[in-house]
Design a protein. Sequence first.
Length: 441
Amino acid sequence: MNVYDATRMADLLGREGYAETAEEADADLVILNTCHIRERAAEKIYSELGKLALEKRARAAEGRDMKIVVAGCVAQAEGEEVLKRQRAVDLVVGPQSYHRLPDLLKQAKQGRRLTDTEFDVDEKFDALPQPSRAQIRARGVSAFVTVQEGCDKFCSFCVVPYTRGAEVSRPVADILAETQRLVDAGVREITLIGQNVNAYRGPDDKGQEWSLARLLAHLGEMEGIARLRYTTSHPVDMAQDLIDAHESIGKLMPYVHLPVQSGSDRVLKAMNRRHTGADFLDIIRRLRLARPDVAMSSDFIVGFPGETDADFADTLALIREVGFAASFSFKYSPRPGTPGAERTDQIDEEVKRERLAALQSLLEEQRQAFNAATVGKTIEVLFEKPGRHEGQIAGKSPYMQPVHVSGPADMIGETARVAIVAAGSNSLAGRLVGKGEEAKA
């Protein structure tokens, strides 16, 4: 979501005469697009702001100006506090307000320090300009499209409902139009995104609600799209029509990211997740019935307040039962204003570290096993960019694995069959399968 928001801010400011630069030292405007989901992520922002403040002062001594903007979820959560804590910041803009950046920057140039953290998702998307074909092409053959924002789940560890607001779905027509523009400019893979993307309930021109499954089915018929994905989902919203879509929509990739957070029903209840471990396993069972080759990834939190050794063992047991291709895992991080942060049964940091190490060891073992099992298979790869070495091109498998082969650069943007010959720690190596070999297969 932050990658998508960052590109839209760049599109918006491009209309105002700004151009992107890879070097902070060259920038007249620096925007830190922030995440507030973990304490460490939030604190890194202030560390970065300290460095930028030094650069800003050095610029001022030379008679040059630099504006610093804090955007995203830290901006939404902390608002005016950001301005108080770091005097070098000129502007604080929440994730639903960045469409107002041009006007806010004009005020900042007059010496005002401003905060805008209003919620108005519909207004934001209506106000954002569309990127040019050249901008789209420069960003590659894969693109994100936001279809839903916000969250109504109020998990007791999470700040998203407070920083992103309630669940809002974009109209079907807007999504189709944005997707068509991307495809017309050469995008081949579309990933639909949202805080709870499978909670999508967008209206069509007749006022009828579309589910995510229906939206995917329509996009699956769009000429030019080679692949469809969606992220991130919540188990509570994993409806049967979406599960069935993995069987009926050929362009929908057999890879599902579905955060479970814990394998303990007691912890899941304390987290206000509204599902049990058995519910999660039943979703996995139905997904594998619909699409036997589906691979799963998930999110895990260890050390939630009150988590016992037995609770943690339940999480490890669930991981062993499912078998994950990839996952994200974290120590519980208390977020101010959430129910979890108020609990008095916080887990000792050393215990959290030990549990995280054990959990990550198991998840890494499963990831490497999944990658190794790909060796000897022939899979479809979408090529996205030149490889690290001359004469090499790189792409993604249906399961999000990086794949490197020797091949011509004009294959970038195309899909091709690749025989996987080796699995490294983070990527696969393969060779292009010729037409003769394909016929034999």
